[in-house]
Design a protein around this ligand. Structure first.
Ligand SMILES: Cc1cc2nc3c(=O)[nH]c(=O)nc-3n(C[C@H](O)[C@H](O)[C@H](O)COP(=O)(O)OP(=O)(O)OC[C@H]3O[C@@H](n4cnc5c(N)ncnc54)[C@H](O)[C@@H]3O)c2cc1C
Length: 331
């Protein structure tokens, strides 16, 4: 039996005091990922610190034209919020492409950022996994690796980040607000999740004694030209094989700025700003979009079972950009 103590935090300061120096404690928000990991024996925290009562459930104006989303805002409240769905429809669409209505009611914004990979070997405690037990090996490299990474992987780990919401947040250049014993700090979304390198057990730049308090969206929401496409094995209740969040600013038929993030292909939501620059100032066309996709995928590497993802990603990027220009409904 997995025994643990449950403590309730009444304020952010209280949450930080409870986790300080307590390496076996974890915050619990919606519990939709953490409890599964505990049931599967992937993780065994000795203390859970309930953060659901913290005053972090508001969506507020950030004062710079953007929005500040509290870490405890549920995925459902986020997706259906009027300001979010009007100014950041890319984010609403991506969130609604994830999980199920029941899960989205429970899942929190902070927890979504910190959900762990769906690599089969990570969940199977009968096998080795460098992410679960550093130094034990990566059976996915030579095993069943259909869902695994084509970009940014390492010898140690070929797992991918599973979130839909985070792909949109990467395209939107969100900023993660955190608080900890060393004070408050802000982390640019691109710096929040990490590539696996030699330390695949570390997913993010959040320290174990820090808490996410909010995610801030800048003013630019690409409301006029955006799309989120998620390609998966089943039409619902499945994680992305490949997903693409695209936001464009257009001057007539010329691209003024482009932000494109990919999910399902790497250990973090994947952006390639050099490739995005190729689109800027050009007339939107299939040829430009294909050249962009080729640039994004030029370093892609397939494992034995996932070569199909490279072509799938190429086609999904082009389709997402076409839809963003035309503003057809995606999904
Ligand atoms: C069957 C199923 C299908 C799913 N399908 C999808 C999908 O298609 N797309 C998708 O994107 N997601 C999917 N999910 C994942 C789901 O979105 C996540 O489980 C959820 O977002 C996690 O949020 P939570 O609040 O429940 O986190 P929890 O499970 O409570 O916590 C997750 C982690 O975050 C930490 N944590 C939580 N909040 C904070 C905070 N504020 N500060 C610091 N640490 C914190 C916890 O300690 C824990 O380590 C699915 C989940 C399930 C079970």
């Amino acid at each position: 039996m997995n025994q643990f103590e449950l403590a309730r935090a009444d304020s952010v300061a209280d949450a930080l005091a409870k986790i300080a120096g307590n390496e076996h404690a974890r915050f619990i928000a919606g519990g939709t990922n953490l409890l599964d990991l505990m049931k599967e024996d992937v993780t065994r925290p000795r203390m859970l610190i309930d953060i659901t009562h913290l005053p972090l459930s508001k969506i507020e104006d950030a004062g710079n034209g953007g929005l500040r989303i509290g870490a405890m805002v549920s995925n459902a409240d986020l997706a259906y919020d009027d300001k979010v769905s009007q100014a950041y429809p890319l984010l609403s669409t991506a969130v609604l492409a994830g999980a199920s209505p029941q899960l989205r009611n429970m899942a929190s914004t902070g927890g979504n950022l910190l959900q762990r990979t769906r690599c089969y070997y990570f969940y199977d405690t009968g096998t080795a996994c460098n992410k679960r037990e550093p130094g034990s090996g990566c059976p996915a490299r030579t095993g069943v690796n259909r869902i695994h990474a084509i970009l940014g992987a390492s010898e140690s780990c070929v797992a991918v980040h599973p979130s839909d919401m985070c792909v949109a947040l990467a395209a939107l250049d969100a900023v993660v607000h955190v608080n900890g014993p060393r004070g408050e700090r802000q982390i640019a979304f691109e710096q929040f999740h990490q590539l696996p390198g030699d330390t695949p057990d570390i997913d993010t730049s959040l320290a174990p004694d820090e808490i996410i308090t909010a995610v801030e969206l800048p003013a630019q929401g690409y409301a006029q030209h955006h799309s989120y496409i998620k390609v998966r094995d089943r039409q619902s209740y499945a994680f992305a094989l490949v997903s693409v969040a695209a936001g464009l600013e257009m001057d007539g038929d010329t691209v003024r700025s482009a932000a494109v993030a990919l999910g399902g292909v790497a250990h973090k939501p994947w952006r390639n700003r050099e490739a995005e620059a190729l689109l800027v100032g050009k007339k939107a066309s299939d040829e430009q979009f294909q050249a962009f996709a080729d640039a994004v995928l030029q370093d892609a590497q397939a494992l034995e079972h996932n070569a199909f993802k490279i072509n799938l990603a190429r086609r999904t990027i082009v389709r997402a950009l076409q839809r963003a220009v035309a503003m057809e409904s995606a999904e």
